[in-house]
Design a protein around this ligand. Structure first.
Ligand SMILES: NC(=O)c1ccc[n+]([C@@H]2O[C@H](COP(=O)([O-])OP(=O)(O)OC[C@H]3O[C@@H](n4cnc5c(N)ncnc54)[C@H](OP(=O)(O)O)[C@@H]3O)[C@@H](O)[C@H]2O)c1
Length: 253
């Protein structure tokens, strides 16, 4: 199947590791030009070199998405330098934690506001595309009880509602908006590797809840994102896609 991504311009936040890195690698493999950010300069340089080897245009920059002004300026400049924006993937998260009110502000500013600012700043470009596609990375923690009442879980739920309602609002402009809930995803340097090292019991009990007994990989999530980002998923907007290897148990009609 031709996904129709060749020559498209994709902007992805948080793309030097894990799921974001797998997303930009697959989008580049499909021939899309890439704009991405993260904070660590060395990892940005290494990611840029790997992506450029695919023969696509790549613009990587060090930006903290929590700094609203710097982040919006980067989005605008990247879309201009790429020659437009057809795809926006909001991937950065502040992650979990429930030690204090600080987590609520962090998850609001990073998970929610960086997504909203990204959509608002890039919307004119996405409309101009004629095949604009936004993919918002949520989590299965938003749709089923997980561990503890964390800001992360609640803010990821907010993203699903925002995604659905934005899709209704911009559908007339041929911009599609979908959210994606990955289940637990394991990779070196990721949160689950850390949890395995610090709380083996919790890690093991999580794996036991997955019918085929393994967590997902960043590549498996990225394949779903790449499809949602592409014109090949033209019938899909306002969907919340769950890619969790059977981890969640709820029946959603
Ligand atoms: N891993 C899982 O099991 C899982 C499950 C469900 C959903 N998700 C969701 O999937 C997404 C990706 O998760 P992941 O586990 O791959 O993430 P990760 O390991 O935390 O990687 C995050 C990426 O974002 C960058 N980043 C982090 N904070 C940033 C900031 N403030 N500004 C700019 N860049 C920033 C990181 O680079 P720097 O550190 O250099 O900035 C890195 O490239 C998140 O939305 C997460 O909630 C993950």
């Amino acid at each position: 199947m031709d996904l129709g991504l060749r020559g498209k311009k994709a902007i992805v936040t948080g793309a030097t590791r894990g799921i974001g890195r797998a997303i930009v690698e697959q989008l580049a493999a499909e021939g899309a030009d890439i704009g991405f950010c993260a904070r660590n300069e060395d990892e940005i340089t290494a990611t840029t070199a790997t992506l450029k080897a695919r023969g696509v245009n790549v613009i990587g920059a060090s930006v903290n998405v929590r700094d609203g002004d710097a982040y919006k300026a980067w989005l605008e400049k990247t879309a201009t330098d790429l020659g437009g924006c057809d795809v926006f993937v909001a991937n950065v998260s502040a992650g979990g934690g429930m030690d204090s009110e600080k987590n609520w502000w962090k998850n609001f500013e990073i998970d929610v506001l960086h997504t909203v600012r990204g959509c608002e700043t890039l919307m004119a470009h996405l409309k101009k595309s004629g095949q604009g596609s936004v993919v918002i990375i949520s989590s299965t923690n938003a749709i089923e009880t997980f561990a503890a009442p964390m800001a992360y879980n609640a803010m990821k739920a907010a993203l699903i509602t925002y995604s659905k309602q934005l899709s209704q609002f911009v559908g007339k402009d041929n911009v599609r908006v979908n959210s994606l809930c990955p289940g637990p995803i394991y990779f070196e340097g990721g949160a689950w590797e850390m949890i395995k090292g610090t709380n083996q019991k919790f890690y093991d009990s999580t794996v036991r809840q997955i019918p085929c007994g393994r967590m997902g990989t960043p590549d498996e999530v990225a394949r779903v994102v790449t499809f949602l980002a592409s014109p090949a998923s033209s019938l899909m907007t306002g969907a919340n896609v769950v890619a969790d290897n059977g981890y969640t148990k709820g029946v959603r009609y």
